[in-house]
Design a protein around this ligand. Structure first.
Ligand SMILES: [Fe+2]
Length: 280
């Protein structure tokens, strides 16, 4: 199975920019890159914060583009999204039967489960009893390996401002997951707008950069003022095999020079030591 993971597209009504950047142009560049190099993906998953202010006009910008993918797309929501506005533009958006934008599907023998962690009125994440009951039901549907997708990380990252708006009820979520932890192979995350990897209760996770703006690595306590940065956007290319899972980040806007690392074997030691001056 091959997946593409995108997150935090933060669309705004056009022609506006957001923090001096164009979510639309960046999305278009990612779309072009994915279609050019990864059109064989089984699924594209966007893990929330589709629109910065949850506006209908912003979802309409996304809607113009979503059919451009050559692979099926799953759209999740994050703290910046608005369920009603999303459904106005995407009436077929996921619905768990209680109005939450969550669902699951089986792909290549794996159950992919997409959680709605938005809590109205806060940027922090929550996963209420109704949602936990739905998740327990999804996990009980079979014994296949599980890939979990959620917007908010259920752990602290060390970036104080983002930790203040992280998942607030991670222990309750873990109560639901723990009986199945042996078959949960990975958790895919967004929200923090930077690359972070590790494990939670022994389950590996990947948290990837956003498509528009980023959050720099600031590990000193800084209250609730979230710092922003122009670090490059990326999407993830995920290969899922029988015995493991490999994730690559693709910094799709990168246009820096590419060159043969083993050129010195042909051109001599000076090629490497003098580079790039010797190449003009
Ligand atoms: Fe975000």
């Amino acid at each position: 199975m091959k997946l593409i993971h995108l997150t935090d597209t933060h669309f705004v009504p056009q022609p506006a920019t957001l923090f001096g950047l164009s979510p639309r142009d960046r999305f278009d560049a990612a779309l072009e890159s994915i279609n050019a190099d990864h059109s064989d993906a089984d699924l594209v998953v966007i893990t929330g914060d589709l629109a910065h202010w949850g506006e209908v006009a912003a979802y309409e910008e996304l809607q113009k583009r979503i059919s451009g993918f050559k692979s099926p797309v799953v759209m999740m929501i994050g703290n910046h999204d608005d369920r009603a506005a999303l459904r106005t533009v995407f009436p077929d958006a996921m619905n768990d039967g209680s109005g939450f934008v969550q669902g699951s599907r089986v792909v290549d023998g794996h159950r992919l489960i997409f959680l709605d962690t938005k809590q109205q009125g806060t940027h922090a994440g929550a996963y209420c009893e109704a949602r936990r009951a739905w998740l327990a039901g999804e996990l009980a549907k079979g014994e296949e390996p599980v890939l979990l997708f959620m917007h908010h990380p259920p752990f602290l990252t060390g970036i104080s401002s983002m930790d203040m708006v992280t998942q607030q009820d991670a222990d309750a979520l873990w109560q639901v997951l723990e009986p199945h932890s042996g078959r949960i192979r990975h958790i895919f995350l967004g929200h923090v707008h930077r690359p972070i990897f590790g494990n939670w209760h022994g389950i590996s996770f990947s948290l990837i950069p956003g498509l528009n703006h980023q959050v720099p690595l600031v590990l000193e306590p800084h209250g609730d003022d979230i710092p922003g940065s122009y670090e490059p956007p990326a999407y993830a290319v995920v290969s899922v095999g029988a015995d493991g899972l490999v994730i690559h980040l693709n910094y799709f806007l990168d246009q820096s020079r590419r060159f043969p690392l083993d050129g010195y074997e042909v051109k001599g030691r000076e090629y490497a030591l003098g580079f790039p001056a010797s190449e003009g």
